[in-house]
Design a protein around this ligand. Structure first.
Ligand SMILES: [Zn+2]
Length: 87
């Protein structure tokens, strides 16, 4: 599911704070934040569907299509999914 505007802001701010600016593949800096999305879980075989514990955020490079995945909890996005907390 797509990130809402607040979550996008968190993602952008977080990436900037970690100096993750350029795409590791092509060196461009045109992440498609508008299309960033929350991926519920990368499931292992046999694990049940997970509510929200292991979500990741997916961002695609606008130039080359390289996809990066970040742990949603580390970004601080996880908890803000249902409850609109003031982060
Ligand atoms: Zn790229």
């Amino acid at each position: 599911m797509p990130l809402n505007p607040e979550q996008r802001k968190i993602l952008e701010g977080w990436m900037r704070s970690k100096a993750i600016v350029q795409c590791p593949a092509c060196g461009d800096s045109s992440w498609r934040f508008a299309e960033a999305s929350y991926v519920r879980a990368l499931l292992e075989a046999e694990s049940t569907d997970l509510a929200e514990g292991e979500g990741v955020v997916k961002v695609t490079c606008g130039n080359c299509g390289y996809v990066v995945l970040f742990d949603a909890e580390t970004l601080g996005i996880r908890g803000s999914w249902d409850q609109r907390r003031n982060l």
